[in-house]
Design a protein around this ligand. Structure first.
Ligand SMILES: [Fe+2]
Ligand SMILES: [Fe+2]
Ligand SMILES: [Fe+2]
Length: 278
């Protein structure tokens, strides 16, 4: 099979991993804290690892990892219905990976897809079990309809964090500089934490977290990447500082300041990388 065709197949798998990550995170945040939510978040992290492996393989083949989000099924009102939809998403993934394993002859890529397939089969089993558990326990959607100046700030934060997770991951895949690759990946993981904190804060406060991103910088040269990343960090460090001053809730103030301080650290990291580049 031609390289171009393999890249296409892997990018379509990557997009589906992206869709699954967001679907599972929303489900985990919306059912409230507990063992099931923790296990679903762990599965989302496994999908992130899949996405990572696929992206690295695509870059090795000379392609560009897609930033699009693939198949999702966000329907359903009860947790049991969500879990059934997650079984369905895994069924689709299992079928597609099996097909792609048949189609691709490269032994290394075949092996990788088989490795991912085994995870998806295990996820499917977990979700089947969760359908039953959620039904027995009558688990419900705990999201509320709150909309005010606080949820507006959280909406902004969630959109920002999701944007930089994608942007820094993309930059980390595209740069050949080892130190920059590592640092960009580290900061992307920290932004994922921010995303989780803000989404949980939103649900805890009676709101409904929407995970959508804004414009992404897709530079492929390191100095351009760092310039874009620094710009965004400086803007958000200030915005978090302002938001922390504006909210009254002490817990939320503390959270926003903690994130602000992380963003300041990101500024230092990117500044150092920038200096090394010159
Ligand atoms: Fe999965
Ligand atoms: Fe952040
Ligand atoms: Fe940051």
């Amino acid at each position: 099979m031609e390289k171009k065709k393999i890249i296409e197949l892997l990018n379509s798998d990557l997009q589906d991993e992206h869709g699954a990550i967001i679907q599972y995170l929303i489900h985990a945040y919306s059912m409230g804290e507990g063992e099931m939510a923790c296990e679903i978040e762990a599965m989302a992290r496994e999908e992130m690892r899949h996405l990572d492996w696929l992206a690295e393989t695509i870059v090795e083949l000379g392609g560009k990892p897609s930033l699009k989000k693939g198949k999702q099924n966000m329907a359903g009102k009860t947790v049991a219905e969500w879990m059934q939809n997650d079984v369905g998403l895994e069924d689709g993934a299992i079928e597609t990976y099996k097909k792609h394993i048949q189609m691709i002859d490269d032994p290394k890529i075949k092996r990788l897809l088989k490795r991912i397939l085994a995870d998806e089969q295990s996820h499917r089993g977990d979700f089947v079990h969760f359908v039953d558990k959620a039904r027995k326990e009558g688990m419900k959607d705990i999201r509320g309809k709150r909309k005010d100046s606080v949820t507006k700030k959280l909406d902004w934060g969630i959109a920002h964090e999701y944007t930089v997770v994608l942007q820094y991951m993309f930059h980390s895949y595209m740069t050949k500089d080892k130190e920059a690759k590592k640092q960009l990946e580290d900061q992307a993981i920290n932004e994922m934490q921010h995303l989780g904190w803000l989404a949980e804060e939103m649900v805890g406060g009676g709101g409904n977290p929407v995970i959508e991103h804004t414009g992404l910088d897709q530079s492929t040269k390191l100095p351009d990447m760092l310039k874009a990343d620094l710009k965004i960090e400086k803007e958000v460090a200030e915005a978090y500082d302002k938001a922390a001053r504006e909210v009254n809730d002490e817990g939320l103030k503390k959270l926003l300041r903690r994130i602000r301080d992380n963003e300041k650290y990101h500024i230092d990291v990117f500044n150092d990388l920038m200096k090394e580049e010159k």
